[in-house]
Design a binder for this molecule. Structure first.
Ligand SMILES: CCOC(=O)c1ccc2c(c1)NC(=O)[C@@H](C)N2
Length: 116
């Protein structure tokens, strides 16, 4: 579509978000933390973040660069490392997502720079 040609950044951000979310194979970052299931979550976490929220922000043009997307990705990972103890599946998944996502984001930034 015309949007495909005229908004390379939006296309790159969508592809990068898809690639980041593929690394969350357990889907524990897919939706906001359920505050009914985790009632004390906001006692520790000021700004919750998850992939569905990032996708809504992307489609609302809230991200103007790979760095903007990376900031919310890092927030999501940091929230998880802060709230959950080291022995949990959540904490371990956040470490793995941080490392795998870092490579995805470095590649995306190179593409953004090359495309100009
Ligand atoms: C149905 C119960 O779900 C959860 O308790 C739960 C579900 C998903 C979670 C989470 C908790 N904690 C987190 O830090 C983020 C990363 N994901």
């Amino acid at each position: 579509t015309l949007e495909m040609q005229l908004t390379p950044m939006l296309m790159l951000l969508r592809a990068t978000l898809d690639h980041l979310q593929e690394k969350d194979t357990a889907h524990i970052f897919a939706q906001p933390v359920n505050l009914k299931e985790v009632p004390d979550y906001l006692e520790f976490i000021t700004y919750p973040m998850d992939f569905s929220t990032m996708r809504s922000k992307l489609e609302s043009h809230a991200y103007r660069s790979v760095a903007d997307l990376e900031a919310d990705f890092n927030l999501m990972v940091s929230n998880c490392l802060l709230y959950n103890t080291k022995d949990t599946v959540f904490y371990k998944a956040a470490l793995r997502l941080r490392d795998l996502g870092g490579a995805v984001l470095r590649h995306a930034q190179r593409q953004a720079t090359n495309a100009g």
